[in-house]
Design a protein around this ligand. Structure first.
Ligand code: SF4
Ligand code: SF4
Length: 65
């Protein structure tokens, strides 16, 4: 699974981080402007469950096989 997070759409709400219990760690980091954005720790651990996608209201997360 390839997971990408659109940093422009991400609001840093942390919902994906809470939803992803067993896959890659999702961190909340600050970008250079001080805005919180989600970052995937190790995409190769992604289980493809799509929980993060379903909770992300701005639609910032994309999963591809
Ligand atoms: S759920 Fe979406 S908007 Fe919220 S931190 Fe994760 S990627 Fe960003
Ligand atoms: S698809 Fe599932 S395992 Fe992969 S990052 Fe999202 S919540 Fe985590």
């Amino acid at each position: 699974m390839e997971i990408t997070i659109d940093k422009n759409k991400c609001t840093g709400c942390g919902a994906c981080r809470k939803a992803c219990l067993k896959g890659p760690k999702i961190f909340l980091l600050k970008d250079r402007n001080g805005k919180k954005v989600a970052e995937v720790g190790n995409p190769s651990y992604c289980l493809g469950c799509r929980m993060c996608v379903s909770v992300c209201k701005p639609g910032a997360i994309t999963l591809k096989n």
